[in-house]
Design a protein around this ligand. Structure first.
Ligand code: F6R
Length: 588
């Protein structure tokens, strides 16, 4: 949801900004722009609709600069609406939404201001310019006082060469220190290879960069002491040899699982033991793919630990006045750790006294900092918009947590716990079905829609498979519990309509096969994904590597992820950058 970067560097500031922007592009790719402040005190702007690559060309001179990659909220993707926005001596980049922008814009228009864009962000830079009386930091701070909503901003001022002032509320911002360069950025991976040390900025804080000095400030201008930490190796993304990022990230699943397991083994669960042992209720909150992982966890935990688990999509959680309070545990799952809906749900749970466990792939994220127990997934930076390896790693971390909870409740680990060690090799074996799945995609490439079914935990895998296809292949794909098919959805089935079934729960497999047979009897093209060879006569059958049943979602999703990727490529789309979407959804 938009990426911002700021950099002060004597050497190649423009190149450093471009390099960070390319890595930030997964946050939005509607348009991109850069502003550089030259030693002579003049701001030069280059901005364009479309990808960051449009900014390539002769470098813009300057040793302080800001950059932006946009996911449009206010105003269509266009050169005019691209950031940076300029007013008087100032240039600004913004990530977030200014909720009171209409009122502020009306006020500024009444005072004679005119606007070059339709964005909410331009309002901020106009405010700063009007409030400026020679004090750069003071003008940014005073403007921020007038804003409602979420923002991370980085601002240049022509009177202050080599300086950037930044502010943050509810949109992510990280400061980074590298060799001869100081940075601010929306996300840590964009600083990989550039900054050696990073430090997250908290809500309400400001960052004032002067040359290579990075100063954190409160609104009154007083300094906030901070400790920077070394940028870890695993923050780097998948190395892409050939093909899409998404394919590279699927290939990284086994490695991510091994690293995640290593981290979990070393994690001290003792501080969480009291909360988990005494938990009256357990809630999960998450969005999209992460919600599917949470649903699989909730289903497993309720069965194994015999406690009520309520899984809610984060965007609904706080509006339902949830029955959460002291003594309850909330598990929040988020790859980015910055999803606005998930963070708001966590804030509500904390206010009400619940113990918060977070599962996140981003060590320095807001979610990790909000949690009582942050659990890490070490999938490595995930750049393709469609989540893949992070999902498998979330499942692993959640299963590990489920096992700990069962242990704290019953003084014994579940029987499947040791088999977590075998998850990474099993996923590696699942890659063996890719050729077969690629053929399936070829066969179905012209289909306009498809349906996914499953029972028990398999229905969450089915939901994830359908989401992947919608997201990147732009096909209508939905899922339902297999038993629900005949309660309405079966009406959709006609000759050749694809129905995919995930059937890894042995006790339910025969029933799922029946549902598939019912669809086939009505002309459906049926595909079955199972570790068992059971009779049923599906048109396509994919044999999955076996793990204990409880853990099968770790592997059964892999052919579905790959299928979506193949469908996308065959239909001529870019799996890494699906239309209308962005990786990190930092607005509600
Ligand atoms: C789907 C996808 C999204 C995210 C969702 C939550 O492939 O990527 O559905 O899962 O936006 O994002 P995080 O996990 O960062 O909170």
């Amino acid at each position: 949801m938009c990426g911002i970067v700021g950099c002060v560097a004597k050497e190649d500031c423009y190149g450093k900004l471009l390099s960070a922007l390319e890595k930030l592009e997964y946050r939005g790719y509607d348009s991109a722009g850069i502003a550089l402040l030259s030693a002579g005190g003049k701001i030069a702007v280059r901005k364009k609709k479309g990808a960051v690559a449009n900014l390539f060309g002769a470098p813009v001179a300057g040793s302080a600069g800001i950059g932006h990659t946009r996911w449009a909220t206010h105003g269509k993707p266009s050169d005019e609406n691209a950031h940076p926005h300029v007013a008087g001596k100032f240039a600004l980049v913004h990530n977030g939404i200014v909720e009171n922008f209409a009122a502020l814009k009306a006020e500024l228009c009444a005072a004679g201001e005119t606007f070059a864009s339709e964005t909410d962000s331009e309002v901020i830079v106009k405010l700063i310019a009007r409030l400026y009386r020679g004090d750069f930091f003071g003008a940014v701070q005073a403007a921020c006082e007038r804003l409602e909503g979420a923002y991370a901003v980085a601002v240049l001022c022509e009177d202050f060469p080599d300086e950037i002032v930044c502010a943050k509320r509810r949109s992510p911002l990280i400061a980074g220190a590298g060799c001869g360069a100081a940075y601010v950025c929306s996300d840590v991976p964009a600083l990989c290879g550039a900054a050696a040390f990073v430090c997250p900025v908290e809500d309400g804080e400001f960052v004032h960069i002067r040359g290579c000095e990075i100063c954190f400030k409160r609104a009154d201008g007083s300094a906030v002491p901070k400790v920077f930490c070394r940028l870890a190796e695993e923050e780097k993304g998948a190395e892409r040899a050939a093909g899409s990022r998404m394919e590279a990230e699927i290939a990284e699943i086994p490695r991510g699982l091994s690293r995640t397991l290593g981290w979990l083994r070393a994690c001290d669960f003792a501080p969480a033991a009291r909360a988990l042992r005494g938990a009256g209720r357990l809630f999960t909150v998450a969005c999209g793919t992460a919600h599917h992982a949470a649903l699989a966890f909730g289903n497993l935990l309720a069965r194994e630990a015999r406690i009520p688990v309520l899984c809610e999509t984060a965007s609904e959680f706080r509006y339902g006045d949830p029955l959460i309070g002291a003594g309850d545990v909330l598990v929040a799952v988020s790859q980015s750790g910055e999803t606005a809906d998930t963070l708001e749900a966590v804030r509500l749970a904390r206010e009400r006294g619940a113990y918060v466990i977070a599962v996140t792939n981003a060590e320095h994220s807001t979610l990790a900092r909000l949690a009582d127990l942050p659990l890490r997934t070490l999938a490595g930076a995930e750049v393709a918009v469609a989540a893949t390896k992070s999902y498998n790693c979330q499942l692993l971390a959640l299963y590990y947590l489920a096992a700990q909870t069962v242990f704290f409740k019953r003084a014994a680990f579940p029987a499947w716990f040791p088999a977590l060690e075998g998850a990474a090799p099993a996923c590696e074996r699942a890659f063996g079905c890719f050729e077969q799945v690629a053929d399936l995609a070829e066969r179905l490439r012209e289909k306009p829609a498809m349906y996914y079914i499953g029972r028990g935990t398999d229905r969450f895998t089915a939901a994830e498979g359908a989401l992947k296809v919608r997201e990147i292949a732009y096909l209508f794909a939905e899922s339902c519990p297999a038993g629900e098919l005949k309660h309405g959805t079966l009406a959709l089935v006609e000759e050749g309509f694809p129905v995919f079934a995930v059937a890894t729960a042995r006790a339910l497999a025969a029933k799922t096969a029946n549902s598939l047979a019912e669809a086939k009897a009505r002309g459906a093209f049926t595909a079955l994904f199972s570790q068992e060879d059971f009779a049923g006569g599906a048109d396509f059958s994919c044999r999955l590597p076996a793990l204990p049943e409880a853990l099968m979602p770790l592997v059964s999703v892999i052919p579905l992820q790959y299928f979506a990727c193949r469908m996308c490529l065959l239909r001529g789309f870019d799996p890494d950058r699906p239309r209308n979407l962005a990786k990190s959804v930092t607005v509600e």
